[in-house]
Ligand binder design. Sequence first.
Ligand code: SAH
Ligand code: AVI
Length: 719
Amino acid sequence: MTASPRTSAQPTEDAAAFLRVREAMPALAACLSAEDLAAQSMPDCSPGKWHLAHTSWFFEAMILAREPGYLPVDPRFQALFNSYYEALGHRVDRPERGLMTRPSLDEVLAYRREIDRRMVAWLDDGPAGAFERYLFTLGLHHDQQHQELFLMDLLHLMSRSPLDPAAYTAEPRARPVEPSTGGWSRFGGGLVTVGHDVADFAFDNEGPAHRVWLEPYALADDLVTNGDWLGFIADGGYARAELWLADGWSAVKAEGWTAPLYWRDEGSDWTVMTLTGRQPVDRDAPVRHISFYEADAFARWAGNRLPTEAEWEHAVKCRSATPGNAFGEVWQWTSSAYAPYPGFRPTEGTASEYNGKFMANQMVLRGSSFATPVGHQRVSYRNFFYPHQRWAFMGLRLAGDAISAPVRASQEGETARFRRDLIAGLSRSPKTASPKWFYDAEGSRLFEEITRLPEYYPTRQEAALLRRVAPEWAVQFGAEAVLVEFGSGASEKTRIVLDAAPDLAAYVPIDISADALDAAARRIADAYPGLTVSPLVGDFLLLGALPAGIARGRHVGFFPGSTIGNLEPAEAVAFLKAARALLGDESLFILGVDLIKEPEVLIAAYDDSQGVTAAFNRNLLVRANRELGADFDTDAFTHRAVWNADQSRMEMHLEAKRALSVRIAGQAVVFHAGETIHTENSRKFSEDSIRSLAAAAGWRVAAFARSEAPSVALALLVA
Ligand code: SAH
Ligand code: AVI
């Protein structure tokens, strides 16, 4: 930490900054009574009055008392308002802070004012050196930390009252919560730098900056919501030992946990105690007040995991659009133990006790909460709590391993993700389900049957077009190229490319449908003995890395069948961008798309006379019944195929013929007659819309070929 040279304006600026920070806690206390501020609700919490005093004592003990001959405002306060500094001698034990009826609130506020006066005078004289400046800034950040602790402890106190008192009329927060987007982002990982490495202030525990190796990973764009948590509860989340760490399960039983802290089961619904009193649980809001043990169990239930703190920090640092609500909503549990970074040195002197001595048995949380003062957050900030604690404003964001050879996700993990995703989609209005869940073994088989239907023209048209252009385009592949296919299914069209490019060295088919992928990869390996076939199972939106060292040549992406049309527009751009980064600067990409045409042709293709597409659509419900133990009456849902001209897309829906209630994983999902589950979008394109999509993702369109009617197109993209 280096001091910037002092200018004549600086003392005033410092004093103004100091007073701005110091005003905040008295402002939070202004509408509370002396009784509210005196009580202590549990040993982990402190009374508001104590926070007001302790943050003043900190400036006195750490800064003012360093002056030779300093006379304390009241020498008795050292023992009352010292928190945990052994070097500063005897003090009142934390669980006894609520017994301090003296000094009175007025005397504490007077102490605060006197410390402020002395600090402003000290600032007017100018902090002597770099270390004093560091302590001054530390004091400000310490005050801000306690502003949040003040609110956490106050909420706990209010929650212990049968009156459910509202501490405030509106939640004290700087900005509204960001709405969920529902997506995931993938990160390639590698050797990355984490930790504090800039000149601004940071706590000692945030440094030194150092390198960490990250395997490819995926991070949810959103925080886990109360609605998600209700799904966990309904599925027996708090009653199933297999979801919990051993210590977590002991805590569940010892504490009788059945829901997050402050939740109350009101029979048909839940309420939660907040700083504005008891409120209905808002399904869309991020869940709060869960322990590390609960966060970990939830992640396991959801088929995911918690991020490490390095993953969290890297994701926030390396993306231009940071994950939603990374800051300003809830601190997010990570799977990282709170331990020193390599080369960690505590701050010198008394403040050496600030962080370092707590580096055992606690877990790190990242981000910040709605109660964190503006300007106090940092990407490298390491908050920490014991794994059972849950009264802080804490929640979670899920992470997962990005797909990369050779690790294969377990079937249980896939089922857990299907369960969570389906419940979340059916809790929305209108109800939705992701089309990626169509493709269990039966769904993949039904899709193949669709491709042979007279009405479903895209497969036939695209295969014919591919036969026409592949020889010319394959010339550009060069020696030892690798074909990487996204959503490869039965790998039938692949053969056309492989036949046109006999020099291809390797083939990487990627598909979420393990059965279809395994069978297709085996067939291709048998038919093309010289080719290295290296399949990857998983969500192609979360592809982390290609198999290492597979071949020396150019990477050629292959995404046929207009599967890109099943992605949301923003997802499609993000996918093509990520594919470009993964395939590299020399890469090519063959993209197959369906083109806009007469609605009658489109509707017939998605509502065939034999009812195969209807069976494909309904298979989602069949799969939910088999894999999730749901009780959909599949005959009670009609297949609907609708042309949405505004959005240029075919939509598939499953429409409830009558009012009904379905149970999935302990939850009741209610349908009214005529209500639909929107199961798929199949966007249709024009040459212009493909050119803009490619450009938005950083690809150049080198060739664009159109089939005969009913027309589809193939684009050759160049990185
Ligand atoms: N490419 C083939 C198959 C298209 S069907 C063709 O053109 O005929 C769509 C394929 O994509 C299915 O095999 C399905 O399992 C797969 N798929 C769909 N969403 C996926 C996702 N998010 N990640 C990986 N595979 C996916
Ligand atoms: C895989 N995907 C491009 C197909 C499509 O046309 O959107 C899936 C499908 N849905 C109904 N029929 C086929």
